[in-house]
Design a protein around this ligand. Structure first.
Ligand code: SF4
Ligand code: SF4
Length: 189
C-alpha cells in the first residue's frame, strides 16, 4: 500500500474494504441498526469535485476544502440517496443493510441487504430480473435479484437495487445483465 501526499494509496488502483474502513466510510454497527439506506463512498482521492457535498440536504458530507475528498457524518445522514444520484464518478453505492429483516419481510431473506448502484450501461436491468454481481476488482460474487430500478428525476442517474446477502453487501460494486442478445447463440458476447 503506497501513500502519496494528499491521496490515499489504493493498492493496484482498486479500493479495498480496508481502505474504506480506515477512512470511516463503512457505517458502524449502531448506524446500520437504524435500518436506513446509507452511502458507501468509494472516492478516496483529493480531487476538485463537490456534487455529493453540494446536493446533501443535511450537510452530512463535508470536505476540508473543495479539492479534498468527502467525509461522512453518519449521524446527519438520512439515507436520501441524493449523493449517489449526483456523483459523476459513480463512486457511491447505497446500502440498506437490514433491508431483509426490517422492510422486505420475505421468508429466507432476513439476512439480506438492499444495495443500490448507479448504472450507466444498456440494457438496464428490470425489476425481478436476476443479474450477476461483481466486486471492486471485477470478480463475480454471484447472482442477485433486481429489487428496484429508479431513474433520478434530477440527475438522470439510473440506480439499480439488488438483494444480496449481508456478507457481501459492502463488496458489491457492479452488476451485469444476463439477458441474451437476439439472434446470438450462447448469450451476450
Ligand atoms: S444519503 Fe442523503 S443525507 Fe446521506 S450523505 Fe447522501 S445526500 Fe446526504
Ligand atoms: S461527487 Fe463523487 S467523485 Fe465527486 S467528490 Fe463526491 S464522491 Fe467523489
Amino acid at each position: 500500500m503506497s501513500e502519496v501526499e494528499g491521496t490515499i494509496g489504493i493498492e493496484a488502483g482498486i479500493v479495498t474494504l480496508e481502505d474504506l474502513r480506515r477512512e470511516g466510510r463503512l457505517p458502524p454497527p449502531e448506524v446500520l441498526e437504524r435500518g436506513v439506506a446509507l452511502p458507501i463512498i468509494d472516492c478516496l482521492e483529493d480531487i476538485p469535485c463537490t456534487p455529493c457535498r453540494d446536493v446533501c440536504p443535511t450537510g452530512a458530507i463535508t470536505m476540508k476544502t473543495m479539492i479534498n475528498r468527502p467525509e461522512i457524518n453518519w449521524d446527519a445522514c438520512t439515507g436520501c440517496t441524493l449523493c449517489a444520484q449526483a456523483c459523476p464518478g459513480l463512486a457511491i453505492n447505497i446500502v440498506n443493510y437490514h433491508f431483509g429483516r426490517r422492510s422486505l419481510r420475505r421468508p429466507g431473506y432476513e439476512e439480506y441487504a438492499l444495495v443500490m448502484l448507479p448504472y450507466e450501461l444498456t440494457p438496464i436491468p428490470k425489476r425481478g430480473e436476476v443479474v450477476r454481481v461483481f466486486d471492486r476488482a471485477g470478480r463475480q460474487l454471484g447472482e442477485a435479484e433486481v429489487f428496484s430500478v429508479m431513474k433520478s428525476p434530477k440527475f438522470g442517474t439510473v440506480m439499480v437495487g439488488v438483494l444480496v446477502p449481508q456478507s457481501i453487501a459492502f463488496e458489491v460494486k457492479g452488476v451485469e445483465v444476463k439477458r441474451r442478445w437476439p439472434g446470438r447463440r450462447g448469450g451476450a458476447p
